[in-house]
Structure formats: structure tokens, C-alpha cells
Design a binder for this molecule. Structure first.
Ligand code: AMP
Ligand code: MN
Ligand code: MN
Ligand code: MN
Length: 297
């Protein structure tokens, strides 16, 4: 697999020995999931903002990868295939990023298809629950915001609710309507951790625990989760990422060292108007960590 995609990494070959110096951004979303830009525009934007190694990691979806890879190649930007898999662990949603995956691998393709399948039914229920608090037509409204009808996300509901004047920002919509305990929240069961990691590994990729600072676990439960993630074959963790504070960079650097995990860095860019973190501007990974891309380039 690595050899098949290795020509897309050619621009970086000479810098393999100093991986920390590479401006890698290995987490973002196109309009094939809940980002607002198409893959080609994302590639141009990543390059413009100084990214030297880029991965597209759409939620539960691989359909943007071919266009992203082609666009990156045209502008001499090193590219890695990625995905962000939605997982339910201990009743909570967590995200596992897969990097360096073969997007034609049938185990991954069919696993992700199953994961996506429940999204539309959840969307209909979200529409009904919003109707109960007087907001009619949300399901149909959210569908106007999708770039890919197979991937309806809460983000698309949030964009529609903003357009209707219910809130002024997407972030505000989540706080008021779309998170647990709020009127538009509908629980959903995603993939299980062992299967998500297995799909990524079957496709030749590296499984990376996304934005650990965002989960509502106690430190002890988080440690248990990481133990289980490792026992399933997980190898990496995001340390420097768009949703972490500086204190969390330090905390998760220590976690990466303690658990002997590869470290990743990514903005989680979703679009120019919504993401507070632009491509390529996060600080580098601490020198004491092994960047996940050391194994990928
Ligand atoms: P879904 O996979 O449809 O449940 O949607 C999850 C997505 O919603 C995440 O990937 C984020 O892009 C977005 N999201 C979740 N929580 C928030 C929040 N508090 N503010 C803004 N976006 C959020
Ligand atoms: Mn998202
Ligand atoms: Mn995520
Ligand atoms: Mn993401």
C-alpha cells in the first residue's frame, strides 16, 4: 500500500530525517462530510497556508480522497489518505483517525458504509425532535447544506438553523440544540472501537485517537480507553490539534510518551467561516515525541 501511494509523498522524501520540521496537517474535512469546501479548494488552501504534508480525513467517508490526492499532486503538496471514523465507546462518541489507508480496501469501504447508513435515519429523528420545539422542516433544510447526501451531519443542521436565524453561529446551535440533554439531540450508536481500528489496519493504515481532550471522561477512564485502543492495534494520538489548549498539548504529549504512542498534529479545519484554527498554523510537536508521519513518509 505504502509503495502504491508513495509517489504522492515525493515532495518530502529529502526531509525524512527531520520529521518535526515538516508542517504536517493531518486532520480536516471537505464537503464530502461536514466541511464547507470541496477537496480541491482545501488542497489549495492548505498549500497557501504553508502545509507541507496534508491528509484529508472526512467523517466515515472516502469519496473526497481521489480529488484531494489529484489536486495535491498538481500543486506538489505531499498527500496522505485519511478518514475519521465515528465510534461509540462507553456510551460516548469518540473519533478515530485512520492515516495512510488504501481507499479501495473492501473491509474499510464496507465498514464505513455501514457506519454511514444510520445517519439519514438519525437525521429524520433530529428533524422530528426539533419540530417538537417548534422548528419545522429542519431535516429538509439540513439536506440543502450537504455536499454528499450519504453523509448528513449535525453540522448541516447547525448551518441550516443559523440560516433561519435561530442562532448566530454553528457553535451556538450545538450548545442550544444538538448536544446531549438539548431538544435536537438524538443518541446514535456508531462503530465499535475494535472494528474501527481493524478496518483501518486492514487497509494498511495507522489508527490515531482524535482530539482526546474533547472527551468527557475522567483521567482514569481515558487511560482505560487508551489501553483498549492500544490493545485493538491503535498506534497514535493527536497531541497538537485544533480543539486542544496549550495545556492540553502538554498533557497529551505526556500521555503519548507514557503510552508509547505516535503523535499527530491537525487543525480539524472545516471551513473558513467556522473553524477557529486555520491550516498549518499550529505549533510543532514537542521534540520528545515521534510524529506519526515518520512512519508514513
Ligand atoms: P455528527 O458526526 O453528525 O454527530 O457531527 C459531529 C460534528 O459536529 C463534529 O465533527 C464537529 O464538526 C461538529 N461539532 C460537534 N460539536 C460541536 C460544537 N460544540 N461546536 C461546533 N461544531 C461541533
Ligand atoms: Mn466535523
Ligand atoms: Mn472529530
Ligand atoms: Mn474532524
Amino acid at each position: 500500500m505504502q509503495s502504491m501511494l508513495s509517489r504522492f509523498l515525493e515532495p518530502l522524501r529529502s526531509r525524512r530525517s527531520q520529521p518535526h520540521d515538516i508542517n504536517a496537517d493531518l486532520h480536516c474535512h471537505s464537503n464530502q462530510s461536514d466541511g464547507s469546501l470541496p477537496p480541491k479548494e482545501l488542497a489549495l488552501r492548505a498549500k497557501e497556508h504553508g502545509v507541507e504534508l496534508w491528509a484529508l480525513t472526512d467523517h466515515d467517508e472516502l469519496s473526497g480522497l481521489a480529488a484531494a490526492r489529484k489536486a495535491a499532486e498538481e500543486i506538489n503538496l505531499a498527500f496522505i489518505n485519511g478518514v475519521e471514523v465515528s465510534v461509540t465507546w462507553a456510551g460516548e462518541t469518540i473519533h478515530i483517525v485512520g492515516l495512510g489507508i488504501d481507499d479501495a480496501n473492501q473491509e474499510l469501504v464496507s465498514g464505513l458504509r455501514r457506519t454511514r447508513d444510520g445517519r439519514d435515519a438519525r437525521g429524520i429523528e433530529i428533524g422530528k425532535s426539533l419540530a417538537r420545539v417548534g422548528i419545522e422542516g429542519a431535516y429538509e433544510g439540513a439536506l440543502c447544506y450537504v455536499g454528499n447526501p450519504g453523509l448528513l451531519s449535525r453540522t448541516h443542521f447547525a448551518r441550516w438553523l443559523v440560516s433561519q436565524g435561530h442562532c448566530s453561529t454553528v457553535g451556538e446551535v450545538f450548545g442550544k440544540y444538538l448536544v446531549e440533554g438539548k431538544p435536537g439531540f438524538v443518541p446514535h450508536r456508531w462503530a465499535r472501537m475494535p472494528e474501527a481500528v481493524q478496518w483501518i489496519k486492514a487497509a494498511g493504515g495507522i489508527a490515531v485517537l482524535a482530539h482526546p481532550g474533547r472527551y468527557r471522561f475522567t483521567p482514569m477512564i481515558l487511560d482505560l480507553m487508551i489501553e483498549e485502543f492500544k490493545s485493538c492495534g491503535g498506534e497514535g494520538i493527536e497531541v497538537v490539534c485544533g480543539s486542544h489548549t496549550k495545556d492540553q498539548y502538554r498533557r497529551f504529549a505526556e500521555v503519548a510518551r507514557n503510552f508509547n504512542l505516535l503523535a499527530s498534529r491537525g487543525s480539524d479545519f472545516h471551513g473558513p467561516d467556522e473553524s477557529h484554527i486555520e491550516f498549518g498554523i499550529l505549533p510543532p510537536l514537542p521534540d520528545s515525541l515521534v510524529p506519526v508521519w515518520h512512519k508514513l513518509i
